[in-house]
Write a protein that binds this ligand. Sequence first.
Ligand SMILES: [Zn+2]
Length: 352
Amino acid sequence: MLKENKREEITKNIEKREALVEQVADGIWRIGVELPQNPLRELNSYLIKGKENGRDLLIDTGFRREECREALFAGLRALGSSPERLDILLTHLHSDHTGLAREAAGTDSHIYISGTDLAILKDGFTPERPLRLAEQFRAGGFPEDEMKKTQALNPAVRYKLDQVDDRFVPIEAGWKYTVGDYTLEMISVPGHTPGNAMFWAKKQGIMFTGDHILFDISPNITSWLESEDSLGDYLDSLRLARKYPVRLALPGHRKTGDYAARIEALLAHHERRLAETEALLAEHPGMTAYETAGKMRWKIRAASWEEFPPSQKWFAVGECMAHLDYLRLRGRIRREMDGEVWRWFTVTAKYC
Ligand SMILES: [Zn+2]
């Protein structure tokens, strides 16, 4: 909980701030939560209003930083909600979704998140996890000096939740919650994070897609300590998502779009990316993940791989490792340990 003087100061800022809210369906509003200096631009926080005297449900919250706090609370105020009325639902553990959950929740609120992601959130507060993560990236050929410059390894990453308390409730696939005219069901879609979830309002045909399906950017799929095959998980989860007759998709960032068409486009995108990775290894056998990532194409404004900011390199290498693991687990490429790093090779067909 916030100290009283801090709370007062925030209230003043919120009063000054213009709320960015828009109604997206009957009883559902989007609160645009600005993400400063972030290519995602905004987090879409959704408020579903409950019946009179009932509780409201808030889906995802924004980073734990001032700009997000002001935007979220201004939105809640404009919509006539407040922490005491709220339960909170989190699509996955990333800080831009979970950062403000504790502040937006009242004393009696519940904060629901998949059990898998909750366990990783808790593990993230231990000093061991960052060390294991560093080991994984070191084996991927990530240079030590650049590793020091990334935020990813800092356990006190600035904008994430400061702790997990007993208002957090782990949930699993099939879990249901009713608010207003909506009954939401949790659909488990691992990949973007190991416990990633979507929430399905069957009667209305509305899917809260979180970061599983985004429309004008592709969700980041990285290698996880908790999953051997996160890209395989993600592609399976896209195929699962296909089965829902979605009329309105409400994503975690940016605008909505054609749900079914977007799933096909994302599947095709990763097929191309996998073929590209395999072709690069055929051309340059023995590269590390770091070197392979340096030759892949990225949507970033940097003249060369050398000029990528270390934090962006970190995302790129993580994504590259997920693609390499996918190909390795399906026998399309192999790796060899060379000192402390893995080097990657294509598997040449023996009988051709
Ligand atoms: Zn995310």
